[in-house]
Design a protein. Structure first.
Length: 230
């Protein structure tokens, strides 16, 4: 059964409600599915910055006990997404535009040099294998699915960086990427057009990589990260 959607994990209005049909998660992977759904809710803005959510209320909506919700929230706390409020629950962290810009800068410092090195060493046929991932980001963008786009966007970047053969690099970069996707309180969710434009950069980058046009690759990569804090 699919994990709960972002809209189904809102906790503040769930007391007394029956679990939504289709949201009860399988017992063998409760924590993982709850964590995935909460991450999607963060990206979509369903879990709003500054708001406090209780584990029992969220657990009621999932059709599970509060324990896996608390465990998932504790993981999100380690990732910097939420903070524990004693006797109340978990508050979604409020981030600033400066923090977002700092994340974009660090991501660029890590990913840009790696991508430029890979552009000189990876054969065109290997880049062609990543086309389906770029197409997946475009498909998610076309529907305006912010959470779906965020996941496919990270999958594309992970696949590119994995070609460097450094698992630690991929893990660090993916954590930074995930953090950069949490919305700001004062900013509206990206428009569909913004997502489509971002996805188009992936396709253009792959075309340049397959053509081994290093000058275009360098320009596209830097432009992509210059817009990562928008």
């Amino acid at each position: 059964m699919e994990p709960a959607s972002a809209a189904q994990v809102r906790g503040e209005h769930t007391h007394g409600e029956s679990p939504v049909p289709g949201t009860v998660v399988r017992r063998h992977s409760v924590r993982g599915q709850v964590l995935d759904a909460l991450r999607a809710a963060l990206v979509s803005g369903e879990l709003r910055p500054g708001e406090v959510y209780s584990a029992p209320a969220l657990g009621e909506r999932f059709g599970v006990s509060a324990t896996p919700v608390r465990e998932a929230m504790q993981q999100l706390g380690l990732e910097g997404a939420v903070e524990t409020i004693p006797n109340r629950g978990f508050r979604v962290v409020v981030r600033t535009a400066r923090e977002l810009a700092e994340l974009a800068e660090v991501r660029a410092l890590i990913e840009v040099p790696v991508m430029l090195r890979l552009a000189r060493t990876v054969p065109p046929a290997r880049w062609a294998q990543l086309v389906p991932l770029a197409e997946a980001t475009a498909a998610a963008a076309a529907t305006g699915d912010r959470a779906g786009y965020a996941e496919s966007d990270r999958a594309f970047h992970r696949a590119v960086l994995s070609l460097a053969g450094n698992d630690q690099l991929v893990a660090v970069a993916d954590d930074l990427h995930r953090r950069s996707q949490w919305p700001l309180m004062s900013s509206p969710a990206p428009r569909r057009a913004d997502l489509v434009a971002d996805a188009a950069e992936h396709s253009a980058l792959l075309e340049a990589l397959m053509a081994q046009d290093l000058a275009v690759v360098a320009s596209l990569v830097r432009e992509h990260f210059n817009g990562a804090d928008r």
